[in-house]
Ligand binder design. Sequence first.
Ligand SMILES: Nc1ncnc2c1ncn2[C@@H]1O[C@H](COP(=O)(O)OP(=O)(O)OP(=O)(O)O)[C@@H](O)[C@H]1O
Ligand SMILES: [Mg+2]
Length: 512
Amino acid sequence: MTTVAARLTDVSKDRLEFRAVSKRFGPTLALDRFSHVFEPGRVHALMGKNGSGKSTLIKILAGAIAPTSGEILIGGEDCRFQRPQDAFDAGVVTVHQELSLIPGLTIGENIFLGRLPHVRRFGLPMVDWIALNDRARDLLHEMGLDLDPRREASSLSVGQQQVVEIVKAMSTDPRILLLDEPTSALATREVKQLFGLIERLKARGVSMLYITHRLSELLEIADTCTVLRDGAHVGTVEMAETDHAGIVAMMFGAAAHATRPSRRDIRRDTPVLQVAGLRRAGHFHDISFDLHPGEVLGFAGLLGSGRTEILRAIFGADAADAGSVRLHDREVRGASPRQMCQAGLGYTPENRKEEGLVQILPTADNLCMASHDRIAPHSIVTRAAEDPYVHRQIRDLSIKCGDPENPVQSLSGGNQQKVVIGKWMNTEPSVLFFDEPSRGVDVQAKRQIFDIIWQKAAGGLAAVFISTELEEVLEVCDRILVIHDGAIVAEVDPTKTTLTELYRLCMEGPTQ
Ligand SMILES: Nc1ncnc2c1ncn2[C@@H]1O[C@H](COP(=O)(O)OP(=O)(O)OP(=O)(O)O)[C@@H](O)[C@H]1O
Ligand SMILES: [Mg+2]
C-alpha cells in the first residue's frame, strides 16, 4: 500500500534545485547566481528576451557546458554532470535549440543512436533493423507523423527534423525533459500533437523545462513561468495567477509594443518580380504571382505545403522544371543564387545554422559576407570599410553580440537569427524573401524585425514573408497567398480575413 508520505518522498526524488548557479563566457555573465526549485511532474516555462541565459541554464543542466560556480541537485543529490552522457544516464534528456540530427543517418538510426536494438544471429550480436524501424515507426505514429523511418534525415524539412528530435527525446523515457524552443519550427497541428505528448509525460510524473518565445503557448501548456533577464532570475510565477502582460513586464521591465504603420498604397503597374507557371515536380506546380515595389506578400501554408521550396526555386537554390521568373523585367529562371543576389534578390533562409551563417566566423564577417561587391568594389576588404555596415545592422536590429569580432556561434539563438537578417539587409536588395524571420526571436525583437520590414517596404522593398504563425502573416502582410499541397489555392486580403478562416484555408485548401 502506498502511503501519502511514501508518495511524497517518491515525488521529491525528482525535485530539481539550482543553487546560485553562474556561468561566465569571458566578459559575459550569461547566468548570474540562478537559484530556484523546480517541482516534479510539472511543466516549467523559461522566458526571457534573446540572450537572457535560458539556453545556458538548460545546457548546464544537460551536462553540455560546465557552470562557473553553483550547485545543481536532483532529489537532493548533487548532479553536476561532466558530460551530456552523464545527464542522459540520469534521465535528463534535452531537445536543443539548434537541430542536431545526423544528416547521413536514417530517421530510425537517429532516434536510436547509441542504443540500437540488437539480436543474436549465428551467435553474433547484430543490429535488429526490423525492430528498430518498427519501434521508430510506432513512435512517429504516436506523434501523428507518417514518415518512413528508413528515410535519411537530410531529406527532411526543418519542421520534420524538429519533430524527429522530439520523438527521439520522448523515446528514452526521460525523468526530466528539457525542451529549448521545441515549437519554433512547428505548425499548429504538430504543436497540438506535441502538447498532447507533454500532457502524457506530465501525468507520468516527468518534469519539464520548456523554453519558448510564444506567449500563447504558456497559458496552454505551462504550470509555472520563470523569467530571466540578463542572466538574473527576475521571478517565477504560477501561470494560474498571471497573464501575458504580467510576463512581458517581467521580461522587459515595461511592455513594449509597436503598431503597424497604416497600410500604404502600393503601385501595382510595374511588378518587380513576376513568376509564371513555375513547377518543380513532386514539390509544387502552377505557381504564378506578381510582386510589386513596396509590397509585403505573405505565403501562408502548413509545414510541408511547399512555401520554402517555391522561394528556394525562385532564388535559384533549387532547379525548377518549368515556368518563368522575371526580375526587373528580365528572365532569370536558372540563374544561381549568387547571380540573383547581384540582380537584387535576397533570401533569409529558415535554417540559419546550415544556410544562413558561418558559425566559426565573427559576427562582423557574417554581416558583410553577402555584400562585398558593395563594401569593397575593388576587392580590398578592410574592417574600416566594413565597420559602418556592421554597426548599422547591430544598431537597427539591436543585435546583442558583445564584440562583433566574436564568432557568431557564441551568440544566443535569437541574436543569430538577427545576424542572418542583417546580412541580407546589407545587400540592399530590391526583393527580399523572409523565410521564418521571427523564428526564435523574443517578442520585442520580433517587433523590431517587423518594423524594419515595414520601413524598408515603405522605401520600396518588395518582400515575401513566411511564418508558421498565421497571426504574424495576417499582421505583417499586405496580401496573402495560401499554399496548399504545392499550389496557390487562394489569395486573401488580410484586412478582411480572420485567423480561423486563414487557418482553415491552409488546412483544407479552397472550398469546392
Ligand atoms: N559559447 C559561448 N561563448 C560566448 N558567449 C556565449 C556562449 N554561449 C552563450 N553566450 C552568451 O551568453 C548569453 C546568454 O545566451 P543564451 O544562449 O543562454 O541566451 P537565450 O536566453 O537562450 O537567448 P535566445 O532566446 O536568443 O535563444 C548571450 O549573451 C550569449 O551571447
Ligand atoms: Mg536560446
